[in-house]
Design a protein around this ligand. Structure first.
Ligand code: HEM
Ligand SMILES: N[C@@H](CC(=O)c1ccccc1NC=O)C(=O)O
Length: 278
């Protein structure tokens, strides 16, 4: 039994459902007691809340992505569309969070930045699991968690699992489109970089929409997700530039230069290339 499930059961048994309150159901004592500032600077509260809200939304994104991968692999594309549409809407929420964070000025941030030590969003394991679920497998990220076996195990599992794009490629193949067989059983720990048979298959789908309506819809849902993820990355990079300029990051990277470089990575390359082919 998963931890979440056992906790829910315990709640029902001990509280008798009718007596359970709003705060108990949502564990608000715990949730609202977790904004612990390291400085007494007013704006540190904003910094903490934005991160916590983003991590909560990431939790839901992962929940939806994992289930949609299972649905695609099981041939139930309609359920996957519903969940992927939800992922896109969540992404718009976390993109808008940058508008709130942009109210933090460099002069304000610098007053509590030192307190953050070497902590950095670089260490967000949920963000990495999202990247893994979308097929961007960066092995150096696993190293960060070597000293935490529980998290390392979870990340390793996500690292080895087929991504949503692997599931989509399998769906292309199952629909009778000619896909390089080596791709279907490939080493999923490798970041996917593109394949001619996949590009030809997507081109076929886009040219024969009425025949491949489901695959066409799947493609467009994936484009939505990559589009929004790139917009999130871009807003992060620009917000960082306006707050810390070109200072090096607390995580040890070059900062803005590094965040710009990450923007080069494409998750579903053929879905972008196909647009040129049509
Ligand atoms: C004042 C606000 C912020 C600044 C100055 C900032 C700065 C940075 C910098 C410089 C990096 C590069 C790694 C490093 O050397 O530290 C980074 C990475 C990252 N940050 Fe932020 N960040 C901010 C807010 C946020 C927020 C609100 C989130 C949301 C969870 C976030 C998530 C991440 C993630 C996931 C990475 C890793 C990106 C990657 O490796 O592709 N950051 N951040
Ligand atoms: N990397 C940031 C620090 C930072 O943003 C941060 C620090 C602790 C917890 C989350 C953070 N957010 C995202 O990177 C910096 O260099 O200022």
């Amino acid at each position: 039994m998963k931890y979440e499930d056992s906790k829910a059961k315990e709640k029902v048994h001990t509280d008798f459902r009718e007596k359970m309150t709003y705060g108990e159901y949502l564990d608000l004592d715990q949730l609202l007691d977790a904004q612990n500032r390291l400085s007494d600077h007013h704006d540190e509260m904003l910094f903490i809340v934005i991160h916590q809200v983003s991590e909560l939304w990431m939790k839901l994104i992962l929940h939806e992505l994992r289930a949609s991968i299972e649905s695609i692999r099981g041939g139930d594309l309609q359920s996957a569309f519903k969940m992927l549409a939800r992922v896109s809407k969540i992404q718009t929420q976390i993109i808008h969070a940058w508008d709130v964070l942009s109210t933090l000025t460099p002069a304000e941030y610098i007053q509590f930045r030192d307190q953050l030590g070497q902590a950095s969003g670089f260490q967000s394991y949920q963000y990495r699991m999202i990247e893994f679920a979308l097929g961007y497998k960066t092995p150096h990220v696993l190293k960060i968690y070597e000293k935490n076996p529980e998290l390392h195990g979870k990340l390793q599992e996500a690292y080895e699992a087929p991504s949503i794009y692997d599931a989509a490629i399998e769906a292309l193949s199952k629909a009778g489109l000619d896909i390089n067989p080596a791709l279907v059983n490939r080493d999923f720990t490798e970041t996917y970089h593109g394949d001619e048979t996949v590009e030809a298959a997507w081109t076929n789908v886009y040219e024969n929409v009425e025949k491949y309506w489901d695959l066409y819809q799947l493609a467009e849902k994936l484009v939505d997700i990559e589009d929004w993820l790139q917009q999130w990355r871009f807003r992060h990079m620009k917000t960082v530039e306006r707050i810390i300029g070109h200072k090096t990051g607390t995580g040890g990277s070059s900062g803005v230069g590094y965040l710009k470089k990450v923007l080069d990575h494409r998750f579903f390359p053929e879905l972008w290339d196909v647009r040129t082919n049509l």
